[in-house]
Design a protein around this ligand. Structure first.
Ligand code: FAD
Ligand code: EPU
Length: 337
């Protein structure tokens, strides 16, 4: 176990905020993870589990041990007539897994192309894009209980997936480290191309015969056209979740704001937070070196020398203005540290 001291996390979070970890180590196996957690427990230190740092907002130094999850490996562990079970180390890069599957014609994961981060973090918020969430291809995961240091298996049901939610963000927050995830992929594709934007790109490219590679390329093109590349402009993707409001509240808002978009969901109507933020006048806003992306108002950005606490303040200002203008409460998607 190699424990380093006073390590900058700047290159380890996609906002690019320059906060330090008092102690830092990488865990590339279950054994090294156990040693690191034991070391932190003996020293009574807080622990932060880090994947690709693409969904965190560092607002201060972390006075504890940061453990970067680096367990690797992609293994085909089962197969039947229609499905393939693939077990993946938590430290694998998500998009590398997507490419690996597409190269082998394993279907189900193509709509989730180019989402930053690691496989281990993917169940945390049930990552999703363009009509697919990981709950649609998830089989089970193995995680270390941070108190007992024992490995436990979580079935689909036990993860309690919801929209950008799982049990690991709620009841079991900070209690487990996900070490591997097993996905159930399809031998034959079941294309999810209802999103208008995907169809537009496929049409523009003249694609008549759908393939998982064509869907992946279309998703990549759409994402690159509106989401800032964190290597160029620091960001963590959507900063807030899209809120769901009751049908009657939506009807009232429609009367006041006739253009308000909304999509029926189980609990009411889901309203795009990006639309609300744009209507409240924030799109392209800049204060110091932080701001609201000019092409996607749901993405808060660091132009280089910003500070995480400035993004936190900006996010509070945005929440307040959305509360005042629309009577809607926005919840952050990003994890504040
Ligand atoms: P990190 O940011 O390192 O960690 C996120 C949280 O998970 C932290 O609380 C951390 O402690 C915890 N964690 C990480 N790994 C583990 C583990 N192995 N065990 C236990 N806890 C762990 N998300 C979407 O859902 N859909 C999108 O379309 C999307 N687009 C994005 C686009 C951009 C440009 C960016 C920057 C982000 C986007 N995101 C999107 C958010 C982000 O990619 C996902 O949330 C991703 O799963 C985060 O992975 P990570 O490894 O970077 O996690
Ligand atoms: N919109 C605006 N102005 C904006 C941005 C969006 O008016 O500046 C409106 C438009 O009406 C647009 C609608 O919002 O049609 C939806 O926008 P978009 O398709 O860009 O998707 P989103 O709702 O902003 C969600 C996810 C993304 C995911 C995409 C595609 C959340 C919080 N975000 O964004 O996930 O990639 O859909 O499925 O659900 C992430 O979680 O980090 C993330 C990027």
């Amino acid at each position: 176990m190699n424990i380093q001291e006073n390590i900058s996390l700047k290159s380890l979070n996609t906002f690019g905020f320059d906060q330090n970890a008092l102690f830092f180590t990488a865990a590339d196996s279950v054994e090294s993870l156990k040693s690191a957690l034991t070391w932190a427990k003996e020293k009574e230190l807080q622990v932060l589990i880090l994947g690709g740092g693409s969904n965190i907002l560092l607002t201060q130094d972390f006075v504890g041990l940061v453990i970067k999850v680096e367990m690797r490996g992609i293994q085909l562990v089962g197969e039947d007539e229609n499905h393939l079970w693939v077990k993946v180390g938590a430290g694998e890069v998500w998009h590398d897994l997507v490419c690996y599957a597409i190269e082998r014609n394993w279907a189900g994961i193509e709509n989730l192309s180019l989402i930053p981060g690691t496989v281990g973090a993917s169940p945390m918020q049930n990552i999703g894009a363009y009509g697919v969430e990981i709950k649609d291809i998830f089989d089970s995961l193995e995680a270390m209980n941070r108190s007992t240091l024992e490995m436990e298996t979580f079935s689909h049901g036990a993860c309690q997936f919801g929209y950008r939610e799982s049990v690991f963000k709620n009841k079991l927050k900070n209690q487990y480290v996900i070490c591997s995830v097993t996905f159930k992929l399809n031998k034959s594709p079941n294309f999810q191309v209802e999103y208008g934007a995907i169809q537009d790109v496929l049409r523009q490219k003249g694609i008549e015969k759908l393939t998982i590679n064509a869907v992946s390329e279309a998703v990549i093109e759409i994402r690159q056209s509106k989401l800032p590349d964190p290597r160029v402009i620091g960001n963590a993707g959507s900063f807030f979740k899209n809120p769901t409001i009751p049908q009657n509240q939506y009807a009232d808002l429609q009367a006041r704001f006739p253009g308000i978009p909304g999509y029926p969901s189980e609990a009411g109507v889901k309203v795009p937070a990006g639309w609300l933020i744009e209507q409240a006048g924030w799109k392209g806003f800049k204060s110091g070196d932080v701001g609201v992306h000019a092409k996607q108002a749901l993405v808060l950005v660091n132009y280089g020398d910003g500070h995480g606490s400035e993004v936190r303040v900006l996010s509070e200002q945005i929440r307040q203005s959305i509360r005042e203008k629309f009577g809607i409460e926005l919840s952050p998607e990003v994890n504040f540290i």
